[in-house]
Ligand binder design. Sequence first.
Ligand code: FUB
Length: 339
Amino acid sequence: EQQQATQEQEAPKEESKKPISKPLVSHIYTADPSAHVFNDRIYIYPSHDIESNTAEDDEGGHFDMKDYRILSMDSIGGEVTEHGVALDIKDVPWAKRQMWAPDAAFKDGTYYLYFPVKDKQDIFRIGVATSTKPEGPFKAEKEPIKGSYSMDPAVFKDDDGTYYMYFGGIWGGQLQRWSGDNTYNPEAKNRTPEELAVLPRIAKLDASMKAFAEAPKEIKLVDESGNIFYEKDNDKRFFEAAWVHKYKGKYYFSYSTGDTHNICYAIGDNPYGPFTYKGIVLKPVQGWTNHHSIVEFKGKWYLFYHDTELSGKTHLRNVKVTELKYNEDGTIQTIEPYQ
Ligand code: FUB
């Protein structure tokens, strides 16, 4: 079995350099920012990091979050509002521990919060909760989304009004335990370097927004020759933190490479891929994890991300934002988070 590095191990330090942007809030720790524009305002759906003193383990047990708090602002650089508890783990009947990176969507007057949390059997599932307001509070469904597993859901609305959920994360996110036909093997180990990398998943949402319209499928993430990455290609293969946005008719699938700490991206012609690897969006940040979202607001594009500037601890992060720029050919200009 491949030796798994502990997630408390920091990415290469950039201490002598200055961060390019400031934490959006400093009174609470926030991470994994999924940003959306609703009603001309930016809403950020982050994880709410806390110090729970849960012992660190190889599966990220110290990321022991217990609720969600939503942030909003009417302009980039404007005042940020934190809206209080949007959903508490005690109000999710099937949940046991670890509320990880959420996302949100809006349809027909209802806001949907999608969130990964471990169930009573310690298996990550994805739940859904609803509200009439983007900031919540949200009311959770009594069961997780049927057929859901692993973590880091990201919901993308295509121009034709179809919603797709992208999800999955390896190691502590448990995706390596699920085969391509969605069967569960609790004994499955992390892939060895010579094995093909685990692939992220997609499932179309049905009209209710609370169920999959189809069984989850693997997404082919490939190199320029069309080959799926091997686990040893860990500077390019998928680890966690999927996000999809559309730019000039192309689908951009971006994600974290986990143990090599980059946010990378790949481009495809339809929501299901294949997506061809193109490069790095964001270089490693302070802290082990790297997780982002990409959103257009008032004609400019922005990258929301996090680092550990406020705490210096991997599990106590703070969300940030910076502008994202494209080249003429549609490639993304790599962002250096420290200069
Ligand atoms: O916040 C907990 C986990 O850390 C997320 O789900 C991952 O993407 C990583 O950022």
